[in-house]
Design a protein around this ligand. Structure first.
Ligand code: PGA
Length: 262
């Protein structure tokens, strides 16, 4: 099997549907999205949808049966392979469903479900062990930004979340910079601010894994991304894609975000 993580870098658009869409709605959303994207588009971008766990199997069957280029992602994974962890889903279970990307450490998980850098790190390692791509989320709160702690928070979350990961693996990762104050608020970071933090992320990864790794890793921006602001964000040198919440729920809008150059 081709190791996708070793192929040349394309931009990456990830739709995070959060706790929205039952499996029937998820099928429709994926179908509509793929109707709106062409082969030429996929030459430039990887497109991933992350439905809730309950819809993964349905979307997997759709993707495989209709040979869609849309790829499947999950919103979380537990670090143990199996066992007495009621309510959890493991990385190998997701891999078996054709899941290729797993969001790790989303701020909503940090905020509402006690996620820490240490648990993010365990999830990242489990996702890697199951040969999937971690999408590691980092970002500061409004208070931290106002206290000028953005740099320290982001670098700390990166180092904590990636601790002990073999640097040679990092090139295949995606890191999403999501300032907490910009998520679901309609208040996105300016392209300049987002680009500056993404540059900091690239420098941090370069320090950990070397120049080539720093160049290969995909750095996404997330937080109130929409069809109107994506072009400006993607014009920034260190932004290689987006993690899109609300705007990914409407297939027309998400397709417009994916085709950011159009
Ligand atoms: P938003 O969410 O696009 O609705 O702000 C982004 C995210 O939480 O990943």
């Amino acid at each position: 099997m081709v190791d996708k993580r070793k192929l040349p870098k394309k931009n990456l658009m990830v739709g995070n549907w959060k706790m929205n869409a039952n499996h029937l709605e998820a099928i429709q959303m994926t179908q509509k999205l793929s109707f709106r994207l062409s082969e030429d588009d996929y030459d430039r971008i990887d497109v991933v949808v992350c439905p809730p766990f309950t819809a993964l199997r349905s979307v997997q069957i759709l993707i495989e049966t209709d040979r869609l280029d849309v790829q499947l992602g999950a919103q979380n994974a537990h670090w143990e392979e199996k066992g007495a962890f009621t309510g959890e889903v493991s990385a190998p279970m997701l891999a078996k469903l054709g899941v290729r990307y797993v969001i790790c450490g989303h701020s909503e998980r940090r905020q509402y479900f006690g996620e820490t850098d240490a648990t993010v790190n365990r999830r990242v390692k489990a996702v890697l062990a199951a040969a999937m791509t971690p999408v590691v989320c980092v970002g500061e709160t409004l208070e931290q930004r106002e206290a000028e702690e953005t740099e320290a928070i982001v670098v700390g979350q990166l180092k904590g979340g990636l601790s002990g990961v073999d640097p040679s693996e990092l090139a295949g990762f995606a890191i999403a910079y999501e300032p907490v104050w910009a998520i679901g608020t309609g208040r996105n970071a300016s392209a300049d601010d987002a680009g500056a933090v993404c540059q900091l992320i690239r420098e941090t990864i370069t320090n950990l894994g070397g120049d080539e790794t720093g160049a290969q890793i995909r750095i996404l921006y997330g937080g109130s991304v929409n069809a109107g602001n994506i072009k400006g964000l993607m014009a920034k040198r260190h932004i290689d894609g987006a993690l899109v919440g609300g705007a990914s729920l409407d297939p027309d809008t998400f397709a417009a975000v994916c085709r950011y150059w159009g």
